[in-house]
Design a protein around this ligand. Structure first.
Ligand code: SAM
Ligand code: SF4
Length: 333
């Protein structure tokens, strides 16, 4: 464990969780995440190399970051991801290595990801109907994701969580079917409220379904939800179970119940920008200083200073308008 003073922002929040986007590229085009019109990927030379990422993570781990989530774009489209994971697993101080994936490539890589050091996995799945899945993501790949989900359970990842974004008029007819997965599988199904991210997104306030509304639909069909607190500790999800369930249900409600006061997150984009708040376009360029050869000590002092820019909260959230110009696919969720 580090003996340094841990990274804390200007509002006494300890920052111990890094969401690391390893690529902006993706093999899907989810309607709520990608731009609706033409766009281009970041040029390869703008993307941080694994060595550059590990340098940043070494310093952050030394400052008390204990949990890292690899995300994207789709992290599994980046070549040789296991090499990065192995490097992270070797960093003293990193206790939890997690992955968020769309699951399309998971069946073939579940074992190697586990062996490299990932233990916690979140799979994004917004529909159990292959045609609807294709409508939401642009690709007819439901069966591949389903196979990836089973591969994750068989490989022994724990927990395996499903991230599900409910949009009114799109997949709100599947709330009960999605929730029922926790009756059949040891999964945590997490309902994440649709967020207004990105200028050219599918966002429309009329599509927002709050988690209070989602819970009501679940209780009408599946019985009372029993709150079980947050056994994993930390994190914005409120966890429930249902009678007879072998899994759980989680509700992440950034739109209806803001959780800025307990935010412990930093985000690093694939092109090396530190984002201090998901909803704010204020970014700090880490790539340039890394490429100029900053020392580990200098990088440490740099982080101590820049985290003081983390805002207390995001006041525009209630306005139900896209609050930042970057798309979610290039931030990482
Ligand atoms: N490609 C991976 C995946 O889909 O799991 C990782 C990246 S994706 C950006 C991370 C998470 O962000 C996914 O679970 C996705 O459902 C969620 N997400 C994307 N856009 C969103 C939005 N507008 N509102 C809420 N969640 C969103
Ligand atoms: Fe790709 Fe994930 Fe965004 Fe879907 S949610 S487009 S899978 S990055």
């Amino acid at each position: 464990m580090t003996d340094k003073v841990r990274l804390t922002d200007g509002f006494h929040r300890r920052l111990n969780y890094l969401r690391l986007s390893v690529t902006d590229r993706c093999n899907l085009r989810c309607m709520y995440c990608m731009p609706q019109t033409a766009f281009s990927w970041m040029p390869a030379d703008e993307i941080l190399s694994y060595e550059e990422i590990l340098k940043v993570c070494r310093v952050l781990a030394d400052l008390g970051v204990e949990k890292v989530r690899l995300t994207g774009g789709e992290p599994l489209v980046r070549k040789d991801l296991e090499r990065l994971i192995g490097g992270m697993a070797d960093l003293p101080g990193i206790k939890e290595l997690c992955l968020t994936t769309n699951g399309v490539l998971l069946e073939r890589s579940a074992r190697s990801l586990y062996d490299a050091g990932i233990r916690h996995i979140n799979i994004s799945l917004d529909s159990l109907v292959p045609g609807k899945y294709k409508y939401i993501t642009g690709f007819d790949l439901f069966e591949q994701v389903w196979a990836g989900l089973h591969a994750a359970l068989e490989t022994g990842f724990s927990p395996v969580k499903i991230n599900c974004v409910i949009m009114k008029g799109v997949n709100d007819d599947e709330i009960v079917d999605m929730a029922s997965l926790c009756l059949r599988f040891p999964l945590e199904i997490r309902f994440i409220e649709f967020m207004p991210i990105g200028e050219d997104s599918f966002w429309d306030p009329g599509r927002l379904m709050t988690n209070d509304q989602v819970k009501k639909v679940i209780e009408q069909d599946l019985g009372t939800l029993h709150e079980v607190g947050n056994p994993g500790g930390g994190g914005p999800a409120v966890i429930y179970t249902l009678d007879g369930a072998i899994g759980k249900l989680g509700f992440i409600s950034p739109m209806s119940h803001h959780f800025c006061a307990t935010c412990n997150r930093l985000r690093l984009t694939a092109d090396g920008r530190l984002r201090l708040c998901l909803f704010s376009d204020r970014e700090v360029d880490i790539r340039s200083i890394i490429r100029k050869g900053i020392s580990l000590e200098e990088l440490e002092s740099f982080f101590r200073k820049v985290v003081l820019l983390k805002p207390r909260g995001y006041e525009h959230l209630g306005k139900l308008q896209p609050s930042c110009s970057r798309q979610m696919s290039s931030i990482g969720g």
